[in-house]
Design a binder for this molecule. Sequence first.
Ligand code: FES
Length: 147
Amino acid sequence: MAYSEKVMDHFANPRNVGEIPDADGIGEVGNSRCGDIMKMYLKIDGDTITDAKFKTFGCGAAIATSSMATELVKGKSIDNALKLTNKAVMEALDGLPPVKVHCSVLAEEAIKAALSDYYERKGIDPKVIIGAPSTSEDEREEPTCGE
Ligand code: FES
């Protein structure tokens, strides 16, 4: 399966690359099989995510899914961002090859990790609010990880 135009666009022209120095939540996740790392920064005002940026050391699909995930949560409420699944990120990119599904999983996990950090900073146990990932173990640990 070839990459969609949207994947290629978000890979070649990623949105929201960088750091937010005074971020309210920072999440870093990685995939132990491929070694890719994704770091998300969120700025939150009240209940709204006012800004989102990312730094990803990873494959093209990881960059495209990070870029799309930041676009999907910017301007949204925390509740809506918590509902963001890797499948929604993939759909917004018009799909990914099966071997690249785990890259989108990192994007979901990175947003949730940043929101966990946000709640921890406020002294709230994030496990109560964030819950389990939307993905299965298989989706998170894709056995092959070709570029
Ligand atoms: S995140 Fe592992 S190859 Fe894309």
